[in-house]
Design a protein around this ligand. Structure first.
Ligand SMILES: Cc1cc2nc3c(=O)[nH]c(=O)nc-3n(C[C@H](O)[C@H](O)[C@H](O)COP(=O)(O)OP(=O)(O)OC[C@H]3O[C@@H](n4cnc5c(N)ncnc54)[C@H](O)[C@@H]3O)c2cc1C
Length: 434
């Protein structure tokens, strides 16, 4: 039996920050490290695998700006914003960056607000966390897969491949369920359920979308820049602005990743079709007027030239085919019905029907421990004393842009601080002085 005061299951961004948050606060109150043993149980042979693979190996560490703006930009749902607000203010993007800078890792802020290590190496970010954990006397147990966990006589007991880890405080920071090969197989959700928590069924987020009919080979790999991606079912219409990448199974790219969570939800009850508005800044009327003017101004020109000037050439024949406009059609003899359908298809080009959104391929998974059962100021369970949750195991999922890591750091840090505060309240309580 190994005894700890604070056991953290999962050594990702949330778990590591929780350990640092707890130790920092205890040191501020002159609590000796060995008076409060903090351990991280990580099933992999190294911490932070998701940090290492994040941002395509470059790690989009966080997002620049005031935390209020970061929240609003990164989390589209009000419930998530409300839940994350206290922790985002407790541990900000600037604090995380200051840790990196203090260890010599320089960062670079892109125009779109995304922050990366200047070296372009995610590993540099992880190394800083590893150094900090060692400086903060955190007991890191690698290859430690927590299989079961229970609470007996006020103490948590985790079963780690035969060994037992005992602890007064427990944080579940096991991440989501996407990329299961990295170790995130949903164990934490199982533990949460066993402790009586409601778990919102995980769904895909930030994932590619597969279509029932695979895109034609010549379209695979093309990027449709700054379009509006439209997802439509019989009851819902969703839209995202951004780039869409055509893949051999469907679509990907920023607009697709962003819309995938909402589409996955709608797809559970009804079929969804995808469309592209190639000219989201122009209304249909304006586009139609433009086409009318071309009938004299560009009379002898092929209709397709206009589209070839603006879109990847290979998509133009399919666009014209959907509008039933011949490839050799010129503006001067374009019949009105064809002009109308050209406008309609320009604003709503059919991409395909959604077949599937692979949860395992998402950068994050939505769903997880229900937010109303966790106190957002402390990350403490509202059901089980001394139990905490942080990071992606919670029912939050942000946009692409460094928001998900920030949510993991902030909620983890707050959980750690709360554990330390609970311990301090115990040792400093008047009862303990008699
Ligand atoms: C390919 C990819 C790219 C991404 N890029 C970015 C990016 O650039 N920027 C960004 O902000 N976000 C990015 N994300 C999302 C981000 O990585 C996660 O949201 C974030 O890492 C979640 O942190 P976490 O600590 O909650 O969980 P995780 O980082 O998933 O950590 C959970 C840890 O728990 C361990 N674990 C699970 N079960 C057990 C168990 N039973 N016993 C012991 N250990 C266990 C796992 O092995 C894992 O190490 C990306 C995700 C992916 C998959």
């Amino acid at each position: 039996m190994h005894h700890f005061h604070f056991l953290i299951i999962g050594g990702g961004a949330a778990g590591m920050c929780a350990a640092l948050g707890a130790r920092s606060m205890l040191r501020c109150h002159q609590i000796a490290d060995d008076a409060f043993r903090i351990a991280i149980a990580e099933r992999n042979s190294r911490l932070g695998i998701k940090i290492r693979i994040s941002g395509g190996g470059k790690c989009n560490i966080t997002h620049a700006g005031e935390m209020m703006h970061v929240l609003a930009k990164g989390f589209l749902r009000q419930s998530e914003q409300r839940f994350l607000k206290p922790s985002f203010f407790e541990l900000s993007n600037d604090t995380v960056l200051s840790w990196l800078h203090s260890k010599g890792v320089q960062t670079l802020t892109r125009e779109n607000g995304r922050i990366f290590p200047r070296s372009g190496k995610a590993d540099d970010v992880l190394c800083v966390f590893e150094k900090l954990l060692s400086e903060h006397a955190i007991d890191v147990r690698l290859n430690a897969h927590v299989e079961r966990v229970r609470k007996e006589n006020g103490v948590f007991i985790a079963d780690v491949g035969g060994a037992l880890f005992q602890s007064e405080h427990l944080l579940i920071a096991t991440g989501g369920v996407s990329y299961p090969k990295t170790g995130t197989t949903g164990d934490g959700l199982r533990f949460a359920k066993a402790f009586g928590h409601t778990v919102v069924t995980p769904t895909s987020a930030l994932a590619p979308i597969y279509l029932t009919t695979k895109p034609p080979c010549d379209l695979v790999g093309i990027s449709l820049r700054n379009v509006a991606l439209i997802a439509e079912s019989s009851t819902r219409k969703l839209t995202r602005r951004g780039d869409v990448l055509i893949t051999h199974l469907g679509i990907s790219g920023p607009a697709c990743l962003s819309i995938s969570r909402d589409v996955a939800e709608v797809l559970t009850t009804e079929p969804v079709s995808l469309f592209v508005d190639f000219f989201p800044d122009d209304s249909s009327e304006r586009l139609e007027w433009q086409f009318i003017s071309f009938q004299t101004a560009r009379a002898a020109q092929f209709v397709r030239t206009f589209f070839e000037e603006r879109l990847p050439n290979v998509i133009v024949p399919t666009l014209l085919a959907q509008a039933r406009v011949p490839l050799e059609q010129k503006w001067n003899c374009l019949p009105k019905p064809m002009r109308r359908s050209l406008t309609a298809v320009s604003k709503k080009y059919f991409l395909g029907d959604v077949q599937h959104i692979p949860i395992e391929r998402g950068e994050v998974s939505a769903g997880g421990v229900a937010l109303h059962e966790v106190n957002p100021k402390t990350m403490r369970s509202r059901h089980v004393e001394h139990l905490y949750f942080a990071g992606e195991v919670l029912d939050v999922a942000g946009e692409v842009g460094g928001f998900n890591l920030q949510a993991a750091y902030s909620t983890g840090w707050v959980a750690g601080e709360s554990v330390a505060k609970a311990f301090l309240a115990q040792v400093l309580s008047p009862q303990n002085h008699h």
